[in-house]
Design a protein around this ligand. Structure first.
Ligand SMILES: [Zn+2]
Length: 190
């Protein structure tokens, strides 16, 4: 949960309040914090990292639809890192859990802010082998030739676009979150 907003201090249970908290540069900023300075809890609201896998399997890209998403929403395989887990291990684990595939090769595409969820997506191109077997979180997958991908203009979609451009493929964004726009092959949802 990256938008976790406490009402009571998770350390001492006093109600949190907005108060100035010192910054490293000598200034201060109003933050949600514990009023008890001896406790010192501050709700920093730092973005949470998550991994995103642009999965290539037998020459095609696999996009997945989460069970919680509407029809037509497909996206990269994503997930949070476990404590102490290397991002590439998290990537391989998510691809294994959600698609039943083994990642044999992965390369970083880039890191992308997903403002709405206060996450930073660490996005990788992941080449995977095996037979697809959907995990409990996924409703269905779609397979696309790389040139047929239509990224959405935010978060993981920007990773898809950068990956396509690096291969000389023309990029056509589709904002399926916009009213009336929900094409069946759009990448997005996260
Ligand atoms: Zn406290």
């Amino acid at each position: 949960m990256s938008r976790e907003a406490f009402v009571f201090c998770p350390r001492c249970a006093k109600p949190l309040a907005d108060r100035p908290v010192a910054d490293d540069d000598g200034g201060s900023r109003v933050r949600r914090a514990c009023p008890d300075e001896a406790c010192g809890f501050v709700q920093w609201g730092n973005p949470v990292p998550a991994v995103g896998a642009l999965v290539e399997h037998e020459g095609e890209i696999i996009l997945a639809r989460n069970r919680a998403w509407p029809e037509g929403w497909f996206a990269l395989v994503t997930g949070y890192l476990e404590a102490g887990e290397d991002p590439r291990e998290a990537l391989a684990r998510e691809v294994r859990e959600e698609l039943g595939l083994e990642v044999t090769q992965s390369s970083l595409i880039g890191n992308y802010l997903f403002e709405r969820k206060n996450e930073v997506m660490l996005c990788y191109h992941a080449v995977a082998t095996g037979t697809v077997r959907l995990g409990a979180e996924l409703a269905e997958i779609r397979r696309h030739a790389p040139a047929d991908l239509r990224p959405w203009p935010r978060a993981t979609g920007l990773a898809v676009a950068d990956w396509m451009r690096a291969r000389g493929l023309p990029v056509e964004f589709v904002d399926f979150a916009a009213p009336g726009a929900r094409p069946p092959s759009a990448e997005g949802g996260r």
